[in-house]
Design a binder for this molecule. Structure first.
Ligand code: FMN
Length: 188
């Protein structure tokens, strides 16, 4: 085994698209990989100091989290390398369209199959460089075209991408290979 020391190489990492409104109600989006489930109804995100952070400060901490797909990959990367602070045309360049999310004051980008509506509950270690946010998941929205026969989101259909932090790549999620909490029973 080769050793690599300590690096931010938790695998796999998500590609989260965080949607917020600025003070004038203009939508913005940024890419975040350092996030995950925190508890049953909460998620966490490591939030740096961005236009998004300013938006969250005056917006009751409300935002959306969409999951990036192969189709939205180029624009999803773009919103992660360009700040709305430096490019007023940032969102126009993505080609994404949005409407206000039903339960939070944040944009719902229509190009994504599934989106969480969230509200910040707690900021941990807040400083001028950012904070770790814990947010309540107020609601989950899924495009009806991505539901399975049971009426649940069909994640396999979404062609989601994952961020691969070792070589800085995006990787598509593959096919279902087994049933969780079940296939292991074969070894009981
Ligand atoms: C693959 C990728 C992952 C990223 N992960 C995070 C993250 O977890 N937390 C964060 O604060 N910024 C993250 N960023 C950086 C922000 O997305 C970036 O600074 C963005 O331009 C901020 O946009 P804004 O200033 O318009 O809000 C990531 C960027 C990329 C490309």
């Amino acid at each position: 085994m080769k050793s690599f020391g300590s690096k931010p190489w938790m695998l796999p990492q998500p590609v989260l698209i965080i949607g917020t409104y600025n003070a004038a109600g203009v939508p913005n989006a940024m890419n975040a990989a350092w996030g995950g489930q925190w508890d049953m109804h909460e998620i966490m995100i490591s939030m740096g100091s961005h236009a998004t952070t300013d938006n969250l400060a005056h917006n009751n901490g409300e935002f959306t989290v969409a999951f990036a797909t192969a189709d939205t990959m180029v624009a999803s990367d773009f919103v992660g390398i360009v700040s709305a602070n430096n490019d007023p045309e940032k969102m126009t360049k993505t080609g994404w369209t949005s409407e206000k999310a039903p339960n939070v004051n944040a944009p719902l980008f229509k190009q994504f199959p599934m989106t969480l509506e969230c509200r910040i509950k707690e900021k941990i270690d807040e400083s001028e460089t950012g904070y770790y946010l814990v947010a309540e998941v107020v609601n989950i929205l899924c495009d009806e075209g991505y539901l399975n026969e049971a009426g649940l989101p069909d994640v396999e259909k979404m062609n989601l991408i994952s961020y691969e932090p070792v070589n800085h790549k995006y990787i598509t999620m593959g096919k279902v290979v087994g049933d969780a909490f079940a296939c292991g029973k074969a070894l009981k």
